[in-house]
Design a protein around this ligand. Structure first.
Ligand SMILES: NC(=O)c1ccc[n+]([C@@H]2O[C@H](COP(=O)([O-])OP(=O)(O)OC[C@H]3O[C@@H](n4cnc5c(N)ncnc54)[C@H](OP(=O)(O)O)[C@@H]3O)[C@@H](O)[C@H]2O)c1
Length: 346
């Protein structure tokens, strides 16, 4: 039996294809957001060591957004890439989100998907990353004032110019996906997907599969809630997303942690950790789905990569879904004012 808790992957992370038009990427990506924003303080040295360890293990896909720490996350990734061994740097691919508008105080004030803005955003991102191209570029949320054809068309021009390699989407619904795909080849949709966020299964995932578009799944651990490490006495800073997330609030949290207890029983029987089981469940939903792991320490990274060693058969999947039935989570995945920006929820 495998040792639960921190078993690292025994092999190099396998590769998969990001949709029929996208690049070959590692079967797990590293989401770097928490190294700069939204989850409380992070340690810069450990963050860079985590990126290096991920690249060393064979993770090739690094996900970020230009608004994560208002540029901080891109400069961090830039430094990690500059200081990585040349072969690892060569393998690394960046997936960058743009378009979120911020105030001096850090508040989010809307989205800008106008073509001129797209070309402005990418220029700053390339500078901060220290790269001459971005591998997958996407607007973080649909700008309701700009047709998706114009935003995607602007990225297609960046592809033509060599500044971007592939076009992605984020948190949009089936109609927008079809319009985008009719404009230019789309590599992937980035969207929340986990045992407790299964909304994409009804319409979005079938649409993506019909069109040959991959998925980069975030929130696979529901921002730590279903990681097995969350406790109900955790104190959150005001700038921590989870302090406003309905799923982490009051009775909802108690309910959701009972789901995690049930999941732990299944994980224990498999000799895996809760986090590994939750990640392995997403991996088991299809090779076209690449979980983005939000690890920001080498310890969490090693645990996450251990998910690649967890094989779930039909009985295991049934036991997991019995422990955490579809739709069983209490609370929406975002506060109401942020839900309003999700084209994927319309
Ligand atoms: N397109 C979008 O709208 C969107 C939205 C959100 C995120 N994303 C992307 O997706 C990435 C991952 O998303 P997420 O933050 O929601 O990820 P997540 O993996 O669901 O949650 C990450 C949190 O889980 C905790 N955790 C506990 N055990 C862990 C383990 N073994 N491995 C990793 N984390 C563990 C970490 O806390 P500690 O560090 O405290 O241990 C971290 O705060 C982000 O970095 C970002 O690149 C995209």
């Amino acid at each position: 039996m495998r040792t639960p808790q921190h078993s690292p992957a025994t092999a190099v992370v396998p590769s998969t294809s990001l949709g029929s038009s996208g690049p070959a990427v590692s079967a797990l990506g590293l989401g770097c957001m928490g190294m700069s924003a939204l989850y409380g303080a992070a340690d810069r040295t450990e963050s860079i060591a985590t990126i290096h360890a991920a690249l060393d293990a064979g993770v090739t896909l690094l996900d970020t957004g230009d608004f994560y720490g208002m540029g901080h996350n891109e400069t961090l990734i830039g430094e990690a890439l500059r200081t990585a061994p040349p072969a690892a740097r060569e393998r690394a691919m960046t997936s960058v989100k743009f378009g979120a508008l911020r105030t001096v105080e850090g508040a989010f004030s809307g989205y800008d998907g106008r073509p001129a803005a797209v070309k402005n955003f990418v220029a700053y991102s390339l500078q901060r990353l220290g790269l001459d191209h971005i591998d997958v570029y996407r607007i973080a949320r649909l700008d309701p004032a700009v047709p998706i054809e114009e935003t995607v068309g602007a990225i297609a021009e960046l592809v033509e110019a060599g500044h971007v390699r592939h076009i992605g989407l984020s948190e949009v619904g089936a109609r927008t996906i079809r319009r985008a795909a009719a404009t230019a080849p789309i590599a992937d949709l980035q969207i929340e997907y986990s045992l407790i966020s299964r909304g994409i299964e009804a319409e979005i995932l079938p649409t993506l599969r019909e069109l040959g578009i991959g998925v980069t799944a975030y929130g696979v651990l529901s921002r730590g809630l279903i990681s097995g490490h969350w406790t109900n006495d955790r104190v959150l800073g005001a700038d921590d997303f989870r302090s406003v997330s309905p799923r982490f609030a009051g009775e909802n949290l108690q309910h959701n942690l009972r789901l995690v207890d049930a999941l732990r029983t299944v994980a224990d029987a498999k000799g895996a950790t809760v986090a590994q089981t939750a990640i392995a469940w997403v991996l088991a939903q299809g090779k076209d789905i690449v979980p983005l792991i939000g690890a920001r320490t080498r310890e969490r990274l090693a645990e996450s990569l251990g998910a690649l060693d967890v094989t779930l058969d039909a009985d295991d999947l049934a036991a997991i879904e019995h422990a955490v039935p579809v739709g069983s989570a209490a609370g929406e995945r975002y506060p109401a004012r942020q839900m309003a920006h999700l084209d994927s929820e319309i």
